[in-house]
Design a protein around this ligand. Structure first.
Ligand code: FEO
Length: 171
């Protein structure tokens, strides 16, 4: 059985992951409006990953005898100045999420909740990837600032991204 405090904190994280999905869907819409369909595809996959993160926590709360209580999701930003600005915002957002995951781990340790701590380690590792992928794209876009022709090729490259659910999905 999960403690009330841990249950509430995990519920907050479900909301944060769904907000992330909402933010990336908004970024997809921005790219669609710019006719950058590869960038839009990348954001669609990112959205799917965030929904998977949210449902993973949702399932865990239920598995531990807790109750999921969904709250309102905040409206995301809708406009950015450039593709670079979008990916800088993505990188900053993922750093924020890493902080939230770390806070959850701290709470699990404080509560001696080893099961939740173990469950959260998947997210700790996932955040390393989330941050590094976003940062890599920021760096690539910076290099393209003076060579706009590269954007066409990069858009095609980002269009190749596909959603692959993890093998350990749900556990
Ligand atoms: Fe669910 Fe992008 O962290």
């Amino acid at each position: 059985m999960i403690s009330k405090k841990m249950e509430e904190a995990l519920n907050e994280q479900v909301n944060a992951e769904l907000y992330s999905a909402y933010l990336y869907l908004s970024m997809e819409s921005y790219f669609k409006a710019q006719n950058l369909n590869g960038f839009a595809n990348w954001m669609r996959i990112q959205t799917q990953e965030e929904v998977m993160h949210a449902t993973k926590i949702y399932d865990f709360i239920n598995e531990r005898g807790g109750r999921v209580l969904l709250k309102a999701i905040e409206g995301p930003q809708t406009e950015w100045d450039s593709a670079l600005a979008v990916f800088k915002a993505t990188y900053e957002h993922e750093q924020k999420v890493t902080g939230l995951i770390n806070d959850l781990v701290d709470l699990a340790i404080k509560e001696k909740d080893h099961a939740t701590n173990s469950f959260l380690q998947w997210f700790v590792n996932e955040q390393v990837e989330e941050e590094s992928t976003a940062d890599e794209i920021v760096q690539q876009l910076k290099m393209m600032e003076n060579a706009p022709g590269g954007m066409f090729m990069f858009d095609r490259e980002l269009g190749q991204r596909v959603f692959t659910p993890p093998a350990t999905e749900g556990k």
